[in-house]
Design a protein around this ligand. Sequence first.
Ligand code: FES
Ligand SMILES: [Fe+2]
Length: 459
Amino acid sequence: MTAIRNVGAPPTRLGGADLYEWDYLVQEDRAHRLIYTDPAIFEAEMTHIFGGTWTYLAHESELPEVNDFITRRLGLRPLIIVRDAEGKIRALYNRCTHRGTTLCRFDKGNSKSFQCPYHGWNFLNSGQLRGVPWPEGYAADMRDPKYNLAQVPRVESYRGFIFGTLNLDALPLTDHLGPIATLIDEWLDRNPGGKVVVCEANRFRFKANWKLAYDNSCDGYHVAYSHRSLLETENRFAGENAKGMSYYRDSPDAQPMYMRYTGHGNHYKDKRPNLEKRSGGLWALESMHPGMEHYEADFIRRYGKRAFSLLDLAGSEPVNINVFPNLSLLGNHIQVFEPISVEETNAIWYGTMIVDDGSIGADGVRDINALRMRTQEGFPNFGEVDDIANFEQIQRGLMAIEDEWVYMHRGLGIPDRVKANHDGTITAPATDEAFMREHFKEWKRLMRTRANLAIRREP
Ligand code: FES
Ligand SMILES: [Fe+2]
């Protein structure tokens, strides 16, 4: 008996037919309000996007030991991400095969098996049904693999970032990531040992469609307006040295920062060229947090000339890396979007810590990580609320049914402004909406593709 079962496009209200004329709903310069408001489109996205392409699930550092688990989601599917008894990372459906209840109700833990709270069926963390209470009551062979937990058939990691897809024909993860993998490398490689450990999260829930968050992830146009109070707060004490995102103040497109689309819905905004490359540059840009001056003086006392390069490890990397459809790396943080319904989304910000590879020492690493947590109190708390207010107000605005279109044509049609590069990537000034036009091409491609979806069970 094969362990892989093809599900194709599972039955939904769509019944396998194309719901809409996708080329009408998403055009080069504009998108129709329905893509953000129609529950049937949302339902289709939960297989075509969250299932049809690679989706970020979790970070390996959240499962350091054998038998560790965390509960997450792939679209709306509840999952248990486990490092099983053999050390293999699996994404089990958190759904009992008996009558369908969620099996595990904890956020995280360590367990060799999961016992269903309803009637006590017990499953190994490999997904196999281990036993049922009073088996003599079953005439059926309970060793039939159909009683083993469903699993995401393809789970792969890139440098600790765990992704899953139901699509058997999806490219290998590294090929799918393509050039954005280089950005992830750079984001990691500035840290000791080229690593981070993901730590507890800052959770937001907002009343708006998940795509509004992804549409904003590379948007350099809104910063000076939407985040004005944050920029002013950051700069109040800054004197000559502008802090935070101050390079958005005057003419952001005259700055060397830029956006680049790298394919498969992925893009990044690179603000690093705005900065003079020098030790202490990132630290000097970091906005004011209580206790900063004390730490800085202490680092200088302990490490002398080396202090500022160490303090840079607490500074936020000025690049936003967006991996379609649900992952952003910003500064020192990881942000994950989780759709809940057509008009409700979780935005979860995880902090990251550096690890001691012997080059700094445990005390230094502890203090750098303490400072990194202060940055989690910065933008994620004071900037994200501005963005979320925009998302919720867009969702309200889109209830104006007769006014159908949202525009994303900034930079379109201006000669030499948007550049197609030899490697297939696309570059544009920081305030352009080219990234949005491009990720919608990928969205449309996925929405119209009848992907080869499957679930897997242990034999
Ligand atoms: S629903 Fe899980 S044992 Fe009955
Ligand atoms: Fe923003």
